[in-house]
Ligand binder design. Structure first.
Ligand code: SAH
Ligand code: SF4
Length: 460
């Protein structure tokens, strides 16, 4: 350990020893999977420094909100929640409240907190995780406001992690984004693309599988550009093949895939694998070529559909899900109809739908709206209604089939297990608490728009 980080740890330890109780820390993450994954590292660092983790903010000595900047609405909710911590701070002025993650990278957010929420003394940008100990110490030593904003490098491979689950684990393969879709704030708050080495990823995944993890979720803003810029360049399909060769019983999932970089090689790799899900999250955002161009997505709807056709030509049941933005500033009803045609053609099994949210500093934030908010809400309503029917019809194709299923939760009232199949579909099946965390064989007996229902098959 570097000399100064040793000194920092000792400095914090000395402060914590003056407490008359066990020092406690509360970390709450909001937003995407990558944020939750970062949150597990913040927890690891705090635990390593001597804090006990707590789910109760009222009893914490450090509270970190690790928040997402992608949409304005979620951001205002976090500001509201930060505001609600003020009475806790008033009772315990030694409490350190911090904001970290993408949201902390925004200049406007930092200015607002400094002015109106001075009890939020710690600001830690996405990718400045390593700076948490020294920032805490600075605040303990009297600094009123400490900002650390760095996102150029990769997080230290040796950072401790407190994993939330004992059978599902997220593993980032790359950070940042180079795409600058015109609506999106991510490249501004997460910096440029950089990939972890395949050796580092493989070592982590192997370790998790050896510990008994059953689902590995590989994360990146655009996993299909994984490997660019590494000393030995390697593509994402090649990384997947290396991981798939690790012995064990587990699923590999990944997100997100930018359609401009998703290839038939990726699909072939998935279909020929032992462990990779037979499902691809391929966010199309919109079905109109004009809007796609204005979004700077770098593909057309025809190009997008080529990959869908290629896949379904080989594997007709292969599932796709997508993100859709409704109400991009220049979106007209005709553009929206193109999106409706897209969902009709692809028959997504699931859609993550978002009303466009202007983010300051992005190109689209300068574009005037051509539709009213009422028209936009009405489009969203129509999209969701049609998608419910499509999901149900698609899901029904599995009735009678036997699938692999990872049981994630058990509800003692209904005695039902809830989890996901290798095809990425939500499934419910009768079971018991002991089944949680296991990969089971289930025969699908029914299907609704949001889930399949199944019966467990005895192990042969
Ligand atoms: N890198 C991923 C997405 C990260 S953000 C990808 O490109 O697929 C997750 C989703 O949030 C995006 O796919 C998009 O649908 C949505 N999103 C991003 N910026 C948005 C904005 N300004 N308003 C509404 N939705 C947005
Ligand atoms: Fe945002 Fe586009 Fe990058 Fe996804 S690919 S993070 S939507 S800029």
């Amino acid at each position: 350990m570097a000399e100064n980080s040793m000194q920092t740890r000792e400095g914090i330890r000395a402060v914590l020893e003056t407490f008359r109780h066990t020092p406690k820390a509360h970390v709450q993450s909001f937003g995407c999977q990558l944020n939750f994954c970062d949150g597990e590292k913040y927890k690891g660092i705090l635990q390593d420094l001597g804090y006990e983790l707590t789910e109760t903010p009222e009893e914490a000595d450090v509270i970190l909100y690790n928040a997402c900047a992608v949409r304005a609405h979620a951001e205002s909710r976090v500001i509201g929640r930060l505001g609600a911590l003020k009475p806790i701070y008033d009772k315990n002025p030694r409490l350190i409240v911090g904001l970290c993650g993408c949201m902390a990278e925004e200049q406007e957010v930092r200015a607002l907190l400094k002015k109106s929420y001075p009890f939020v003394k710690l600001i830690l940008g996405a990718g400045a995780m390593e700076r948490l100990p020294e920032s805490l110490l600075a605040v303990y030593r009297g600094e009123k406001h400490r900002e650390s904003l760095e996102f150029a490098g990769l997080p230290d491979e040796t950072l401790p992690t407190v994993r939330t689950s004992s059978f599902q684990a997220s593993v980032p393969v790359m950070y940042g984004c180079n795409n600058f879709c015109t609506y999106c704030i991510v490249p501004y708050v997460r910096g440029r693309e950089r990939s972890r080495t395949p050796e580092a990823v493989e070592q982590e995944v192997r370790g998790l599988i050896e510990q008994g993890y059953r689902e590995i979720l590989l994360l990146g803003q655009n996993v299909n550009s994984y490997g660019r810029g590494l000393q030995t360049e390697i593509g994402f399909p090649e990384l997947l093949r290396r991981l798939d060769a690790i012995p064990g019983d587990y699923f590999i999932r990944f997100m997100s895939s930018h359609p401009k970089d998703a290839t038939p090689e990726l699909i072939d790799t998935m279909l020929h694998s032992q462990h990779i899900e037979h499902h691809l999250h391929l966010p199309v955002q919109c079905g109109s070529n004009r809007v796609l161009k204005e979004m700077n997505r770098n593909y057309t709807s025809e190009k997008y559909l080529e990959l869908i056709d290629y896949t379904r030509g080989i594997a007709p049941d292969f599932g796709f899900s997508s993100d859709i933005i409704v109400g991009f500033p220049t979106e007209t009803e005709a553009d929206f109809q193109d999106t409706m045609r897209m969902i009709e053609y692809v028959r997504y099994d699931n859609l993550y739908t978002f009303i466009y949210s202007p983010r300051s500093g992005t190109k689209a934030a300068e574009m005037p709206f051509v539709s009213s908010q009422e028209e936009i809400s009405d489009r969203m309503r129509r999209l969701l209604a049609r998608q419910r029917e499509i999901s149900e019809a698609f899901n029904r194709r599995f009735i009678g089939k036997t699938v692999r299923f990872l049981a994630e939760k058990f509800d003692p009232d209904t005695k039902l297990l809830l989890g996901k199949t290798r095809e990425g579909l939500v499934l419910e099946a009768p079971g018991s608490e002991q089944d949680v965390g296991k990969l089971l064989h289930v025969t699908v007996t029914d299907a609704k728009n949001w889930a399949l229902t199944g019966e467990q098959q005895p192990l042969i």
